[in-house]
Ligand binder design. Structure first.
Ligand SMILES: [Fe+2]
Ligand SMILES: [Fe+2]
Length: 180
């Protein structure tokens, strides 16, 4: 694949401070679509980054927003009826993104509207809409692959996280996006 090494390196440089943040790393222990919320978030972010880049958009802000779109732990929404988690978690993620990474209002909006139309507030920008669409695509594939149809020939997602942040990131990308 053309430019893959450049893309991987650039992607890492854009998000490394988030990946290395101790609070963000808590997502490694959160179950999500049969895998971890960390792995899911990385997949949504790399796909968003690649689409935005290929379209000539400025892509730093949208890539960071994509990585932070599910930045919440189950503790953050522990008093919420589980059925309402789908509606409430975008707000919790936007709040954490603001608290730990001081993200802009635009980024908070991208995070807060990613569950549309489950939530009523529509994405306001093309960037917000892209994150929302890619999240659904990635989530659907993960649900099929890791949760709903467990086939013995499909290996379980690696959630052991060996090596440094960069090695862990590349391992997720290699396994799921065949980027090598
Ligand atoms: Fe979400
Ligand atoms: Fe998500």
């Amino acid at each position: 694949m053309k430019d893959v090494k450049v893309e991987r390196k650039e992607f890492f440089n854009i998000v490394s401070d988030i990946l290395e943040n101790e609070h963000f790393q808590e997502l490694k222990n959160e179950k999500h679509h049969g895998t971890s919320r960390y792995n899911h978030s990385v997949r949504v972010a790399i796909k968003t980054y690649m689409v935005a880049r290929s379209r000539g958009w400025s892509y730093v802000e949208i890539t960071r927003a994509a990585l932070l779109h599910d930045f919440y732990t189950n503790k953050d929404i522990k008093n919420v009826d589980p059925k309402k988690a789908l509606v409430v978690h975008p707000k919790a993620a936007a709040k954490n993104a603001k608290k730990y990474f001081n993200v802009s209002k635009r980024v908070q909006d991208m995070i807060r509207t990613h569950m549309y139309p489950v939530t009523s507030e529509m994405p306001k920008t093309k960037e917000a809409l892209l994150i929302s669409l890619i999240d659904k695509e990635v989530g659907t594939v993960e649900m099929l692959k890791y949760k709903l149809i467990r086939r013995p020939d499909v290996p379980k997602e690696n959630v052991e996280f060996r090596g440094n942040q960069k090695q862990q990131l590349y391992s997720i990308l290699k396994n799921d996006l065949q980027m090598e």
